[in-house]
Write a protein that binds this ligand. Structure first.
Ligand SMILES: Cc1cc2nc3c(=O)[nH]c(=O)nc-3n(C[C@H](O)[C@H](O)[C@H](O)COP(=O)(O)OP(=O)(O)OC[C@H]3O[C@@H](n4cnc5c(N)ncnc54)[C@H](O)[C@@H]3O)c2cc1C
Ligand SMILES: Cc1ncc(C(=O)O)c(CO)c1O
Length: 382
């Protein structure tokens, strides 16, 4: 295996812009392969935004590959089933043929990645905003500093400046539905006995108004609530929550909703999709939402981002030119993300998850991928 870091005799240098799940994964995986890595975060500290997150077999395998899995698993939850309700009646309970999946808070995952980044020796710079990059391997910071490297990774999220400075052709659009995402105390004993409260319960209502709650336990204490309503509905999209309108539809969740309504910092977000002609320009690679922000229906935005970041480090370890490695990386790994983005967008637009039993083999394609073995390794007997 021609590892460029070994054949040249000195460590190659990478600058990674953005310390979200994509940037952290890329930085750790590159560092593990011998790169000298600096991770730039525009914020004054490393922290996770948002509430909860689902990781599936693909993302969990990345965590195994970067030696963060054990740390992450502790304090997370795999529900006995992913249940779907329509108008308060259970229509399906899916268990995905035993495919591994986990729910956790975003801060839990982020903290574990930050800890691992420090442990492997990634240099972290906060208050370090990237403003532009050049294909020959230069990154310019807000401070005016210009850094040179063998590789630049643009992992600076959906509003990526690295991407926009390089003039990629892009399609961008937002959805009609959006969501308020919160973490609240579980209060399982206050919720009555109308449900199995350790399950994920995707509670859909299309009548008299479109209102949905994705109920996702993260561990014994914390519950991730996703409250979905069309952006055109002023009460359903109001933050802090309009408690009355949510309790009216979901009375059995009142104790949790009352806590949710106290959260002043709640946000209502529409789903953004970004599709680029290419993820690569010379020595610059885009990873994560900067390259492929997607609707969350299949819960794979971060999973795909982490797989792509990890796979980037694999391809760089196998080719002697950075530019060539980036081109073959995109060719190898992109089709799975494109497929997932398209199907997730379709599911969001048609509210398909409301039908239940929608986690088909096709929908779980990204989840079934094993980035270490580079095969679809689930179900294991196929
Ligand atoms: C409602 C919803 C639910 C979701 N649920 C799931 C789920 O269950 N499972 C899943 O896998 N995915 C899910 N996703 C998708 C997932 O959240 C994203 O795909 C993922 O977080 C993207 O990570 P990222 O690192 O690319 O970007 P970000 O998380 O946006 O991180 C970018 C980082 O870069 C920093 N930054 C920005 N600009 C600059 C700059 N110029 N210079 C330096 N730093 C910069 C930011 O401060 C931030 O730290 C969901 C998305 C939504 C909207
Ligand atoms: C795990 C998950 N699945 C589906 C959706 C969805 O919007 O369909 C969302 C949004 O919060 C999720 O967080």
């Amino acid at each position: 295996m021609a590892n460029i870091n070994r054949t040249t005799g000195k460590a190659l240098r990478a600058h990674v812009a953005g310390a979200g799940f994509a940037g952290l994964t890329a930085a750790i995986a590159l560092r593990q392969n011998g790169w000298d890595v600096t991770l730039h975060e525009k914020d004054s500290e490393l922290r996770a935004f948002g509430a909860g997150i689902y990781l599936w077999h693909n993302g969990l395998r990345v965590l195994e590959g970067i030696d963060a899995l054990n740390d992450v698993l502790h304090g997370t939850h795999t529900p006995p089933a992913y249940e779907t309700w329509m108008h308060n009646k259970s229509v399906s309970k899916e268990t995905f043929n035993g495919l591994p999946w986990r729910i956790m808070t975003r801060s839990h995952l982020h903290n574990a990645l930050v800890k691992r980044a420090h442990a492997v020796g990634v240099t972290v710079r906060t208050n370090s905003e990237a403003v532009s990059a050049e294909a020959d391997g230069r990154l310019t910071l807000q401070s005016g500093e210009v850094l040179e490297a063998d590789l630049i990774v643009g992992a600076d999220g959906v509003g990526s400046k690295v991407r926009d400075s390089l003039g990629f052709k892009q399609d961008r659009w937002v959805s009609t539905d959006g969501i308020i995402r919160l973490i609240v105390p579980r209060m399982k004993d206050k919720l009555g006995d109308e449900a199995e409260w350790d399950n994920t319960i995707d509670m859909w209502n299309l009548e008299p108004r479109v209102q949905r709650i994705l109920y996702s336990p993260c561990n014994k204490e914390e519950l991730y609530l996703g409250l979905m309503a069309p952006a055109a509905d002023p009460r359903g999209s109001k933050v802090p929550l309009d408690l009355e309108v949510w309790v009216e539809m979901f009375p059995f969740l009142e104790p949790c909703l009352a806590e949710a309504a106290k959260l002043e910092a709640a946000r209502y977000d529409k789903y953004a999709t970004t599709k680029l002609d290419s993820w690569v320009k010379g020595k610059v690679a885009l990873v994560g939402d900067s390259a492929h922000a997607m609707c969350p229906a299949l819960a794979q935005g971060a999973g795909c981002a982490m797989v792509n970041a990890f796979s980037l480090a694999q391809d760089l370890a196998e080719q002697s030119s950075v530019e060539d490695a980036l081109v073959s990386w995109e060719r190898r790994i992109r089709p799975l993300t494109d497929h997932t983005q398209a199907l997730s967008g379709e599911y969001a637009a048609n509210r398909s998850l409301s039908k239940g039993n929608m986690f088909t083999n096709e929908a779980l394609e990204a989840a079934r991928y094993d980035p270490i073995k580079r095969v679809y390794s689930w179900p294991q007997n196929q």
